[in-house]
Design a protein around this ligand. Structure first.
Ligand code: PLP
Length: 284
């Protein structure tokens, strides 16, 4: 694989980042994951805008312009011949060559790393045809989940807890209400209504969430943005999650309770279809 590090395209075995990099020592870094379908980028603009916001919220410098970023994404997709897959991007605050809680001086160069992941069958995934089983776990993450930082240890542990319980993923619950999935936004459907938590600092402002809610509205579906409990979701007709890497993923079981007939629901399936159709049509 050819990867990108601070202005250079290199074989992955030759790419280097300092051991003092604050991304490595303090998780002082933000990231984005952009899907590739038909060799083209899905919603690059949305990811670029959110990256800028994450950087601003953490007083971190932009590593390069949006146009340069687009160029790097495209070049990596081309060099690695990605038809379906992902482009991972990470910007960290870099380092001035030592470990210190205090941020390094303003002129310290951020570290910009990008790599691709080849995922044939990303859009036509058997997992989406089957639907996901989720368990609920306590949300003990920090209070700025709207910033897409690389502090992913707890979400990672959540996935492991799900696997140990024979499920696919975990939904996080705080003060009795579902926040989101380990790496996706969460929704349930009852009597034709789509319910999802409103945007705040408690959840990531999903790029896919924004597109899917717009498409649902355009399709005259009813949406309610409000807090909801895991017990409500367990009584749902259907449920689903959204993320840039899994699009719309039907959920068929929550904490052992089967939803509907235990297969992906019609609204989740329809939203997945119309999301993918538009994403492909608008890809760049
Ligand atoms: N919520 C969390 C915690 C995530 O990590 C992600 C994606 O990585 C999402 C939601 C979905 O966001 P997006 O649709 O932008 O991928």
């Amino acid at each position: 694989r050819t990867v990108y590090v601070n202005g250079e395209y290199l074989p992955e075995t030759e790419a280097k980042v300092s051991i003092f990099d604050r991304g490595f020592l303090f998780a002082d870094a933000v990231y984005e994951v952009t899907s590739v379908l038909d060799g083209k980028l899905i919603d690059f603009e949305g990811h670029a805008v959110r990256l800028e916001r994450s950087l601003n919220e953490l007083d971190m410098q932009s590593a390069c312009t949006k146009e340069e970023l687009l160029g790097i994404h495209r070049k990596l997709v081309e060099l690695n011949e990605i038809e379906e897959g992902l482009v991972y991007l990470q910007v960290s605050r870099g380092s001035d060559g030592d470990r210190d809680f205090v941020f390094p001086s303003e002129d310290t160069k951020p570290t910009l790393v990008l790599f691709t992941q080849n995922k044939p069958g990303l859009a036509n995934s058997p997992a989406a045809q089957k639907g996901a089983k989720v368990i609920s776990i306590d949300d003990i993450r920090w209070g700025r989940r709207d910033i897409k930082t690389v502090q992913l240890l707890y979400p990672s542990m959540g996935k492991m807890m799900a696997k140990a319980a024979g499920a696919d993923d975990a939904w996080l619950v705080e003060d009795g209400y579902v926040t989101e999935g380990t790496s996706n936004n969460a929704y349930y459907v009852k009597d034709g209504k789509i319910i999802t938590r409103p945007l705040s600092n408690d959840i990531l402002h999903g790029i896919t969430r924004k597109a899917v809610l717009r498409l649902a509205e355009e399709a005259q579906m009813t949406i309610e943005e409000r807090l909801f409990t895991i017990d409500e979701a367990k009584e749902a007709d259907e449920a689903f999650t959204t993320s840039a890497s899994a699009f719309v993923m039907p959920v068929v079981e929550i904490d052992g309770a089967q939803l509907g007939d235990g297969t992906p629901g019609p609204i989740a399936k329809r939203l997945r279809e119309i999301y993918l159709e538009e994403a492909r049509a608008k890809a760049i």
